[in-house]
Ligand binder design. Structure first.
Ligand code: GLV
Length: 355
């Protein structure tokens, strides 16, 4: 034993982030060096006696792992904004702290959220394939071919265009508000959002910030489904939001509305969404996340829907953002091991009463 604290990092997270851990003379870094997922058996073996572990999204932080580490474990740092892969009551019970990486990815995810809304509304999934397969000549230009609903306001030059456009946000946190910020430039006029508590102050703040908006209202799920031209799913994952968007919700949506999910796959019932697209209850869907990912085959009912644009969970995948997440996760694990304030720590105190 070196007398140093062991920190296990289960993925190569880049030299800059690893350097932050290595720079600490009281820490021994144990790293899975490959750019692949560390086998669970390697993690369970190496975590023995560790003070900290840095994990990535999707790695289950369960009793098995906490037991394997033993009583030395002080901190779990996840390189992700979501932490539903972590057994939070268990960490609270063992007084293990949990670091995560919010904020640094807000802009990147907001970018892709807007991008998916437009890709879905403008039939990009279906039309890209036509070009890639060399079939462009089989679909010559035609006035209404591949038209979709316009997610922007055209102005007075087109009297046929819509004059109001409502964006609905299931969850109205940092990423939702950064998404709205971008949509203001496209002329969104009205906002509906859901929130756990009364948010009339938030509505007023948003109206003050964006004077071009006609209305900003906290709504029930049903009101939001029925009133929105584009619905953004931006809630945390986990049990509370499991299948938040299911048949009932989708049936209430407008038939030319678009659904975008850049949060967690579990928030949307995939079978219900595939049915909604097939039976044209809604116009299209843009998804960066799908239930059961990444094990989605080409036969998956959603993948087969031409109006579903699906990306393999790349919302935060800009170089700048991933470096920001990795370095933040590294600083969090170091702070947790040293008993210092973390840059971003999940408040686990709500679980303490249950143990
Ligand atoms: O989905 C991405 C994350 O949680 O960081």
């Amino acid at each position: 034993m070196s007398g140093k604290s062991k920190v296990v990092v289960i993925r190569h997270i880049g030299d800059e982030a690893l350097g932050i851990i290595q720079a600490n003379p009281n820490i021994d870094l144990v790293l899975w060096k490959e750019d692949t997922q560390a086998p669970r058996s390697w993690i369970l073996e190496n975590i023995k006696g560790a003070s900290g572990i840095l994990v990535v999204m999707g790695e289950p932080v369960t009793r098995e792992l906490v037991d394997a580490a033993g009583p030395s474990l002080k901190v779990v740092s996840t390189m992700s904004v979501g932490y539903e892969h972590v057994d939070q009551p268990l960490l609270a019970q063992h007084k293990i702290r949990l670091g995560f990486t919010p904020d640094v990815l807000t802009e990147a995810v907001a970018d892709i959220t807007v991008m998916l809304a437009f890709m879905a509304s403008r039939n990009v999934g279906e039309t890209l394939v036509i070009v890639q397969e060399g079939k462009w000549s089989t679909v010559p230009w035609s006035p209404f071919l591949f038209t979709g609903p316009q997610l922007s306001i055209s102005g007075p030059s087109n009297p046929s265009a819509r004059t109001r456009l409502t964006a609905g946000f299931l969850g109205f946190g940092r990423i939702a508000q950064a998404t709205l910020h971008r949509l203001i430039a496209f002329g969104v006029t009205d906002v509906l959002f859901t929130a756990r508590s009364d948010s009339s102050k938030v509505s007023q703040e948003i109206l003050d910030k964006y004077p071009t908006l006609h209305s900003v209202k906290q709504a029930s799920n049903d009101e939001l489904a029925a009133g929105s031209d584009v619905v953004f799913v931006l809630t945390p994952g986990g049990k509370e939001t499991y299948h938040l968007v299911g048949e009932e919700f989708l049936k209430k949506m407008k038939s030319n509305a678009v659904l975008v999910n850049t949060a967690r796959g579990t928030c949307v019932d995939s079978d219900a969404l595939a049915k909604a697209l097939k039976e044209k209850w809604i116009w299209a869907a843009g998804l960066d996340v799908v239930e059961g990912e990444p094990n989605i085959s080409a036969d998956h009912p959603l993948v087969k829907e031409p109006r579903a644009v699906i990306l393999p969970h790349i919302g935060s995948a800009t170089t700048e953002t991933r470096v920001g997440m990795a370095t933040r996760a590294a600083r969090n694990v170091v702070a947790g091991v040293l008993g210092e304030k973390m840059e971003a720590e999940v408040d686990l105190s709500r679980f303490k009463s249950t143990v």
